[in-house]
Design a protein around this ligand. Structure first.
Ligand SMILES: O=C1CC[C@@H](CCC(=O)N2CCC(COc3ccc(F)cc3Cl)CC2)N1
Length: 320
């Protein structure tokens, strides 16, 4: 070993993390998981969790699945609104996202996102037996939600989808790009396809700025291997739709350039659900819950109204 070093001086090239076996596993931001709400997934990766508890005892549960590159903290406003309806809201940062472990926006198989969501849902259901559970998904989180529901057809009381990933956008996934991605995936899986242009996520400049400056958002390029998982996901979603029969509330902007609104029209034509509502927001971009005020307030109102009438009937606290 080289000359004695002052304590705390790391050997050059060594990371500043403490040894793995000291059980002080640190989040990507350097915070010890023992000081963070978290679960360990089936691969032993720590997933950062968030919980929003209502004042009164909860009447229903809501799980939120966030989209690619972002994190569950971006659903604070939505969760606050739901706690106002006495929902117990919970979420986690998917593997490779936000404050969870895993290489940034990398997943070995899209199924990991569904497996981890079911693990978290089962954990919370145990703590709140008998409560109806709703699942929310935005964009890639919409694909996760659909596939999670399709694995547990009778476990969920409703599905809320905000601009879900159902069909890849024809621009971002032209047949040539798909072919190139498949070829590249064998040759250069870590090749970057470039990052999302922040200006197409929303027309709300403040929300674009918040996204660009959010340290928990991944702004790097999308790896070919991740794009392949997204293609894998949209193919699986297409197969799962005919088995989705729970109540669905679906919202999409006509000017969404990241997830084609045609996917939502396809869902409406395909799912056998008795209750399925699609709200289309004219000229709106991808992130409807962080769009221009008139759009996002309409989206929140829509969700609140849809749920309020459901949990009233569900808990039988309705009229005489
Ligand atoms: O608040 C926020 C901030 C971020 C945003 C969520 C983003 C998200 O989840 N997307 C959008 C991009 C989409 C790209 O899809 C593909 C790309 C290449 C490819 F070859 C095949 C596919 Cl399918 C996947 C889903 N919401």
């Amino acid at each position: 070993a080289g000359p004695a070093r002052e304590p705390g001086q790391n050997r050059p090239g060594s990371t500043s993390r403490m040894p793995e076996d000291s059980r002080a596993r640190l989040s990507p931001q350097g915070i010890a998981y023992k000081d963070l709400p978290h679960i360990a997934n089936a691969d032993g990766q720590h997933l950062f969790c968030r919980y929003w508890k209502p004042q009164a005892s909860p009447r229903a549960l809501a799980f939120v699945a966030h989209g690619a590159g972002e994190h569950c903290g971006r659903y604070d406003e939505l969760a606050q609104m739901l706690t106002g309806l006495n929902f117990f809201v919970f979420a986690h940062d998917h593997v490779g996202h936000g404050q969870s472990e895993g290489d940034r926006m990398v997943v070995s198989d899209f199924q990991v996102f569904i497996r981890d969501s079911l693990q978290h849902i089962d954990l919370v259901k145990k703590e709140h037996p008998g409560l109806p559970i709703y699942i929310f998904g935005h964009s890639m989180g919409g694909a996760i939600s659909i596939l999670t529901v399709s694995e547990r057809p009778s476990d969920f009381a409703g599905l809320v989808l905000i601009s879900p990933l159902i069909l890849p956008n024809p621009q971002s996934a032209t047949s040539f790009k798909v072919f190139a991605a498949k070829v590249l995936n064998h040759l250069l899986p870590s090749f970057s396809l470039g990052s999302i242009d922040p200006n197409i996520i929303s027309r709300n400049k403040e929300e674009v700025e918040a996204y660009v400056t959010d340290p928990l958002v991944y702004h790097g390029g999308m790896k070919v291997s991740f794009a392949m998982q997204l293609l894998n996901a949209s193919a699986r979603v297409g197969k799962a739709l005919p088995d989705i029969s729970l109540p669905v509330l679906l919202m999409h902007g006509t000017d969404d350039q990241l997830c084609d609104i045609k996917g939502s029209y396809h869902l409406m034509e395909t799912v056998p659900s008795q209750e399925k509502i699609l709200k289309v927001y004219d000229k709106a971009y991808h992130v409807l819950h962080k769009e221009l005020p008139e759009v996002s307030s309409a989206v929140f109102r829509e969700i609140e109204t849809w749920l309020a009438e459901k949990i009233v009937t569900a808990t039988g606290a309705g009229g005489i």
